[in-house]
Each structure stands twice: as C-alpha cells, then as structure tokens.
Design a protein around this ligand. Structure first.
Ligand code: ZN
Length: 445
C-alpha cells in the first residue's frame, strides 16, 4: 500500500521533510519512503491513498497514561474541594479506582482509545488500577486495545493502600499478564510491572515485587516524587529520599519508568541517570494537581532519558507538547526555557527510544524503512516555510487537535478522513455514560 502526495515528516535519525513524498507500506512495517513520483512508478500495482498535500507523520507515543481515569470527567467530589495532592489522591483517585467494575474498566479504556485514535496517538504506556476488580483487569484492557488496533503496554499499580489481599492480587495480576505476554505474544501488546508509588508501598512489598519481576525479565512502571508528600513519607518512614529508597530496593534500571520526578535532588538525579532509568514528564497533570514543575531541562542536560506522557489527560499529545513548552518559560521566568527542540527530544526521540523496550523488533516514532507503519495524516498548510529545523515551532504554534485526519497502526487504518474504522465513538460514549453514572453512584456512597 502507498500513501502518496504528502509532506513526509520522518523524525528519527534522518529527521527530514520530503515535500511531495510518499510512504510504501508492507504488512505492519514501512518498506520505504521517498518522492511520490518515484514510489508510484516503482510500485504501479499498489493500492494508494492520496494524502492531498497533508503531512504524513509518525503516530504519537504516550509514555505514561491511565485509561482507568476517564470517568473523572465532570465528577463532583463531595465536601470541601481537595486542597493538596494527598487530598486529591484520597478524595478523588483512590475512591474512583475502587468504584470501577469490569465493565467500567472496559469502557473507560475504550473511551480513551477513541480519543487516542482521533488525535493520532498510536502507542500508549498504561498504568492501571481498579482495586476490587483487579484480577483479569489487564485482559479486559488488552481486549479493548486489540479491538481498537492501537499499540499499548499494560501494567497494574501494586499498592498497599487497600490491604494485604489487594496487594497480592495486584502482584499476581502483573505476573499473570507478563507471563501471558510470553506464552501468547501479541505484536500490539506488551507489559511492565506496575507499582503505585513509594508512599503507598511497604518495603516487604517492594521486595516481593522485585523478586517476581526478576523472574520475568521486566522493569517497573511507577510514580516517583510526584508531590512533596512522597518525599516526606519516604524520609519519615525509611530515612531516605524516594529515589534512593527505590534504588536500594532494586526498582531502578534501564527498563523502569518513573513518572513525574517533580521533587528530586541532584543526587537522586545522579542515581536515575547512572541506572539508565526513564523519567516521564506530564506538565498538564502537574499543573492541575499543583504539585510543582519537574526539572526536566536539568535532567536532559545531565543525560537522563526524559520521555513524555499525559497522565490520563486528553490523548492529544500535541497539547501536552504545548503545555511543556509554555510551563517551563513561566516557571523559570525565561522565554528561552524548554525550547521546541527540548520538547521534541522528550516527546519524539526519547518516547521512541523507550518503546524499544517493549517493541524491540522495529522502531516506532519515526518514518523509515523497516519501522512500524504507525502513521498519522495531519491537515496542516504551513503559512511560512517549514523546514526540519523549525518544524517543532510549526507544531507548537500551528497544530490544533482537529488537524489529525488519519491514523494508522501496524499498517491498518484506524481512522480515515476523520472516520473511525475500528471503534464506534457514539456507541462507546453512550455505554461510557451509563457506566460512569453507576461509578459515580458508588463513588458517592
Ligand atoms: Zn500517573
């Protein structure tokens, strides 16, 4: 199959723009990219889709998200509004996740996947919690992902906050799903070992998780130093800072993802860098929770691999890019902070590198021969010259969410001309509203 007559934005090592470009797709991979006229004459028998001058780009990647959080939209929290991050956890998230039944997990996931397809996010690294409906929850999510045609890495947030039995269920759910990924591999799915955060985990739980993870050759996916409370808890209970505690427990490493790292000091950064651990940045969530700003420029400068997620905000990753670009400027009082290139380093380059842990067979996040055919079409007519060098600023100042018109993952169209092909948005939204009503009722009880 050919996608012709577009402006091909490659990202990746080549990082170039091919005007009048085309992409040739074979199975789930890109066979080659090049000039439209050249590929059309080389592959005259291929079916072709005319991009009509739109941008042809790699699908976006989201390095940290929560499909379980979709029904928080519009939910009223009883009583006084939460005044800090621990209260946001206690009054909202830890009540919402407990209110989810299996059907709710399914539709909360599907609602997020519709959003991801519409906004061109083709790979999502999810961090799930539904205590009370833990066992089998990752299979429910996996089935929804398969139905959607998207690509996702799943994990269950182990936490001691719901008692010993739930801790056990969470560990078992990660173990079960990770084993399944080896006995029944699916090229669109992967797994990681999920942990909630230092503040909700005892040492003996961390020990147990590490022992299980070791047998499965996996890293971890957890929140770290998202709010100050995580540091206060760790220093009070264990006499050490969060990252040192996690390091001593064997949680850090080149397959582990730490979401946020807002409140870490220089020595914690050193530990993160030296262990090759990944950090993900979610500026919209950090602003919304008023937890502070993650020092991502300092981390990047020192060689820490900072990627970008959305923490359950909209799956329009371009909106997350914009938030990062703006937040660091106002925070530092310096318009030079967080350049467009820094944003691309996190959201494109590092996100793509992170996915190789889970999909080692071929690159994602770039258009190149041999890469996965995860591709989006963006209806964007540059009003000034667009080059590989100034591309980040065209995206940051020019792209709107509605500009994505086509989404493909593994060579299959999931949305074409803004019409979804695998999921029915109206039906999913209607079911979601029904589920959400019941969840809201349980939440209020
Ligand atoms: Zn999160």
């Amino acid at each position: 199959m050919l996608i012709t007559n577009g402006v091909v934005v490659t990202f990746g090592k080549d990082h170039r723009i091919i005007p009048n470009g085309a992409v040739k797709i074979s199975g789930d991979k890109i066979e080659c990219i090049g000039e439209s006229a050249v590929l059309e004459s080389k592959y005259p028998d291929d079916s072709s889709v005319d991009a009509e001058g739109q941008l042809i780009m790699p699908g976006n990647i989201c390095a940290h998200t929560h499909f379980y959080g979709a029904f928080a939209r519009g939910l009223a929290i009883p009583g006084a509004a939460p005044k800090n991050f621990p209260e946001i956890l206690g009054k909202l998230w830890w009540k919402l996740d407990r209110s989810l039944h299996a059907k709710d997990v399914e539709f909360s996931t599907l609602a997020c996947l519709v959003d991801a397809i519409k906004h061109g996010t083709t790979t999502l690294i999810d961090h799930h919690a539904s205590p009370g409906s833990t066992i089998g929850s990752l299979d429910i999510i996996a089935d929804a992902v398969k139905k959607s045609g998207l690509r996702a890495c799943l994990s269950y947030e182990v936490s001691d906050r719901n008692g010993a039995e739930e801790t056990e269920f969470g560990i078992n759910e990660n173990e079960r799903f990770l084993k399944k990924m080896t006995t029944e591999p699916d090229s669109m799915l992967a797994g990681s070992f999920g942990l909630h955060a230092s503040l909700s985990l005892a040492n003996k739980t961390l020990e147990k998780c590490r022992a299980v993870a070791e047998t499965l050759n996996t890293g971890f996916h957890l929140h770290a130093a998202e709010g100050l409370a995580d540091q206060e808890d760790s220093t009070a209970r264990f006499g050490k800072r969060v990252i040192h505690r996690l390091h001593d427990a064997g949680i850090l490493g080149s397959k582990t993802i730490l979401a946020h790292c807002v409140h870490i000091d220089a020595w914690e950064m050193e530990r993160i860098r030296d262990t090759g651990t990944w950090v993900t940045h979610q500026p919209r969530s950090n602003m919304n929770n008023a937890v502070g700003v993650s020092p991502v420029e300092t981390m990047l400068r020192g060689g820490i691999k900072v990627a970008m997620g959305n923490d359950g905000f909209s799956n329009n990753m371009f909106a997350e890019w914009k938030a990062a670009y703006l937040l660091h400027k106002i925070w530092q009082g310096d318009p030079r902070a967080a350049s467009g290139n820094d944003v691309i380093t996190m959201a494109v380059t590092n996100n793509a590198a992170l996915t190789r842990i889970f999909w080692p067979e071929a690159p994602l996040g770039e258009l190149s021969a041999g890469a996965y055919a995860d591709i989006i079409m963006v209806d964007y007519q540059p009003i000034t010259e667009m080059t590989a060098g100034n591309l980040p600023w065209h995206i940051l100042f020019g792209f709107e969410a509605s500009a994505v018109t086509g989404t493909m993952a593994a060579g299959k169209w999931l949305m074409k001309d803004r019409i979804l092909t695998t999921l029915n948005e109206r039906e999913i939204a209607a079911h979601s509203r029904e589920c959400a009503n019941a969840v809201w009722q349980r939440f209020a009880e």
